[in-house]
Design a protein around this ligand. Structure first.
Ligand code: B12
Length: 472
């Protein structure tokens, strides 16, 4: 069979989907689809991937691909599910008989509900698709009953039905490596804040799930306990890194928490150092409590140049309320250590948590300015479907179930601060951080020290450009 796999992950404001690129391009390749692509090719099928976040998809291009495809698969994210529904309508208008299978976060969080949100889709896969997709092919080849397939929802004359209970892939080393050649046509790795990944760039996942329970985070293991936290072995990760090193100059490791297992991390970095691999490594998502001198020194020698932390707040009571299980002291220690290693340090903060007052936001602004960070991404607090806070707010009737993403707003009884105040503080925080003379001098100094003219050019661009508009 020939499969067409589609993803529309990035934000998309303009009307319609065909004929114009989204206003934000994909930074990372869609690993979920690359895994499924690898399994399909391994079983003799052919695959084409279209990433709507990486190219202008015209009607002609889509129709040309639909004509030669036996089935279509689509990753659905909540932030773009309406666009995904539009795309499904287009596909079924073009070819009413072509099987349309959906999967991804929106299906994992909503299950049968995702078939209601994407009315033209035939089958929805909750959780991992690598094994299920082969079962679905057997059904399409009339070799298996659809009701016998684990982890799916499908339609029949009585409405939406579920298949057998899902199965978790326990042995992560058994999965084929992502079929990266399927997206070699795209240019990933263009970060929106002054970090330019060495090209060619790709990403990788070495684990699934997270052992921690931050209450604001919408994660699969909140809706499906068994998802848990599963890691690939160091040997298996090294094997993939060696393959990546043959074609790519940089790789982003995008696990929820790659450094969770210190021994595994040390094994991987020791190997990279001994092998003298020259791969530029970015760790996108690390907890500050994994920071220690030995590990960071090995990371530096092994080629790590970038690390991003979820810091969230500069208030211990708020971190505890979020069940983040870290201290302000651990945050300061990790950032200081990362600075010593001359890593590019990115961080994310949340403004306007349910218990936060203006004083809390002032504290967080002061805290982030005191840290030698390169980037601070500040997001307002959201009740994200799949997070503990969202579940509680729904239970209390403060949010209705079909409100998938809700901003904190005391005007509707959510949190202490009205949206307009949080927005004011967001601007104040961005201005205070990026126009802090110590920050500007630090950036210029580091750009010159690292001969990173691109970064210098970028910082100047930020200072002059539209981003300024957002800040002022
Ligand atoms: C790792 C991760 C990332 C990584 C890697 C994503 C990737 N797939 O390449 C990075 C950092 C790149 C990322 C980016 C984004 N992410 Co993310 N990400 C996660 C995280 C932490 C883990 C998810 C995971 O384990 N993925 C493993 C891969 C292999 O699984 P997968 O991509 O989901 O695909 C599997 C299944 O979903 C299924 N599947 C997926 N698509 C399809 C299609 C078909 C046809 C089938 C049959 C099956 C199927 O099979 C795949 C293989 O098992 C979760 C939070 C969590 N802890 O759960 C958030 C999360 C999934 N991400 C989220 C979002 C919103 C995004 C972004 C859109 C954010 C943004 N605006 O930039 C981007 C989209 C990037 C992209 N182009 O894909 C949200 C989704 C919310 C929602 N309800 O839709 C989550 C839940 C985080 C959150 N807290 O809100 N993400």
């Amino acid at each position: 069979m020939h499969f067409l796999l589609l993803t529309l992950a990035e934000e998309w404001e303009q009307p319609g989907i065909l004929g114009h690129p989204p206003n934000i391009t994909s930074i990372f390749p869609p690993l979920g689809l690359l895994n499924i692509g690898a399994v399909l090719e391994e079983n003799g099928h052919s695959v084409e991937i279209i990433d709507f976040g990486s190219e202008k998809v015209t009607k002609e291009l889509l129709e040309k691909n639909l004509k030669i495809s036996d089935a279509v698969g689509m990753s659905v994210y909540t932030n773009t599910y309406k666009k995904s529904a539009e795309l499904a309508n287009f596909i079924k208008e073009f070819d009413p008989k072509i099987p349309l299978i959906i999967g991804g976060p929106h299906c994992t969080f909503l299950k049968a509900g995702s078939l209601k949100d994407i009315p033209k889709a035939d089958i929805a896969v909750e959780l991992e698709g690598e094994h299920v997709i082969l079962e679905i092919i057997k059904f399409l080849e009339r070799k298996e009953q659809i009701s016998a397939i684990p982890g799916i929802f499908y339609r029949n004359s009585d409405g939406i039905k579920s298949g057998k209970p899902f199965k978790i892939i326990q042995n992560m080393d058994s999965l084929p490596f992502p079929a990266r050649h399927l997206v070699e046509k795209y240019d990933y790795g263009n970060f929106p804040y002054g970090y330019t990944a060495k090209k060619k760039f790709t990403s990788m996942l070495t684990s699934r799930g997270c052992a921690y329970r931050c209450r604001f985070c919408s994660r699969y293991s909140n809706v499906i306990q068994e998802y848990g936290f599963r890691q690939r072995s160091a040997e298996n990760v090294i094997e993939e890194l060696l393959l990546i090193n043959e074609k790519y100059r940089s790789v982003a490791i995008v696990d929820d928490n790659f450094l969770a297992d210190k021994n595994r991390s040390l094994k991987i970095f020791d190997f990279l150092i001994k092998a003298g691999i020259e791969l530029d490594i970015m760790i996108v998502g690390a907890r500050v409590d994994t920071a220690n001198k030995t590990l960071y020194e090995k990371m530096k020698k092994a080629g790590v140049s970038y690390i991003s932390f979820g810091i969230e707040s500069g208030n211990q009571d708020v971190l505890d309320y979020y069940n983040k299980n870290v201290t302000l002291e651990q945050i300061r220690k990790a950032i200081t250590l990362g600075r010593k290693m001359n890593f590019f340090l990115s961080s994310s903060f949340i403004f306007g948590g349910p218990t936060e007052t203006k004083k809390h936001l002032e504290n967080t602004m002061k805290f982030m300015r005191s840290l030698p960070l390169d980037v601070a991404v500040i997001r307002p607090f959201y009740y994200d479907m799949g997070s503990e806070f969202w579940n509680e707010a729904v239970k209390k009737g403060k949010i209705s179930e079909n409100e998938y993403v809700v901003r904190v707003d005391s005007n509707r009884g959510l949190g202490n601060l009205p949206i307009e105040d949080v927005d004011k503080y967001l601007k104040k925080a961005y201005r205070g951080f990026y126009f802090n003379p110590r920050y500007v001098f630090g950036q210029v100094f580091r750009a010159l020290k690292n001969k990173d003219i691109l970064r210098l050019k970028y910082n100047l661009k930020v200072a002059m450009s539209s981003q300024l508009k957002n800040i002022l």
